[in-house]
Design a protein around this ligand. Structure first.
Ligand code: DGL
Length: 282
């Protein structure tokens, strides 16, 4: 009897959760670095990803524009019955997260706070560098988040706008990328930072080059790991994790333009094969 009840419970959850997924969005492929970590932490979960490839880059756009795009994408994902939203884009997290939280009632996880939290745990000398897009750096959100955890933290901000196109081009480990990184990061080298936040979805792919320039003593913080932990924590707290061992997760990918390019580059970011990518107009 008890066995039957628990079987029925599990069946009921299976049916209701089949439709429910974690929604993730980014301006393009970059958010797949976060998605990859979510899949590692939560291998049974369904995921619906939206890459706004028609509007990339967000990093050079205004708050108003990025917020408008973010609202449209969130509407789209909510129509797909998501149970939690991850704003995997640092720029959209920096500029649009508050508006999204005001307009929608589902749990929304951004990448700024988890990244700041990880940096605070890593730093010993309380000197933290942040690199990101122009928009993220100008917004100062990382500095605010870090100093909320610890007002004594010294923060050094730097935008590195050329990193995104270099990664998009697949120039992850070549001479030109090394030269660009050397030029950008030289202003951070004499600040004695011991921790550097990679405040952009694309930068984790440049970890090798950045370590070569900054030296091994500087800890690189990639918000993806902490963000995935936060997603797991929230879903667990709400009793909303898929618990069936035999559940086959569905991963769906949507873009606003160039699905083939997304698929090819996306597999590098995701470190997995992507079965198909659908183009949609919002
Ligand atoms: N996804 C963006 C971010 O993390 C980088 C690419 C862009 O500028 O759109 O800030």
């Amino acid at each position: 009897m008890i066995k039957n009840i628990s079987f029925l419970k599990s069946l009921k959850q299976d049916i209701s959760l089949m439709k429910k997924a974690i929604g993730v969005f980014d301006s393009g492929v970059g958010g797949l670095t976060v998605t990859s970590r979510i899949i590692n932490y939560l291998p049974r979960e369904n995921i619906i990803y939206f890459g706004d490839t028609a509007h990339l880059p967000y990093g050079s756009k205004s708050k108003k524009t990025v917020t408008r795009f973010s609202l449209k994408i969130t509407h789209f994902l909510i129509k797909h019955n998501i149970k939690l939203l991850v704003v995997a884009c640092n720029t959209a997290s920096a500029l649009g997260l508050n508006t999204l939280r005001q307009k929608f009632s589902i749990p929304i996880v951004g990448v700024i706070k988890p990244g700041a939290k990880a940096a605070i745990s890593a730093t010993k000398n309380k000197k933290i560098g942040i690199i990101g897009t122009d928009a993220t750096i100008k917004s100062d959100v990382y500095k605010k988040a870090l100093q909320k955890f610890d007002p004594k933290i010294k923060v050094y901000n730097l935008s590195c706008p050329l990193f995104v196109p270099l990664v998009e081009e697949g120039w992850i480990n070549n001479k030109i990328t090394h030269l660009v990184a050397t030029q950008y990061l030289k202003s951070l080298k004499n600040k004695a930072i011991d921790t550097l936040i990679l405040g952009c979805t694309h930068y984790p792919l440049l970890k090798g080059v950045i370590t070569r320039v900054m030296g091994k003593k500087v800890t690189l913080i990639d918000s993806a790991e902490e963000t995935a932990k936060e997603v797991k924590y929230l879903l667990h707290k709400q009793n909303n994790l898929i618990i069936q061992n035999n559940h086959k997760p569905q991963h769906k990918f949507f873009v606003s333009d160039a699905p083939l390019k997304f698929k090819c580059l996306g597999e590098k970011f995701l470190k997995r094969k992507i079965a198909s990518v659908k183009k949609v107009e919002l």
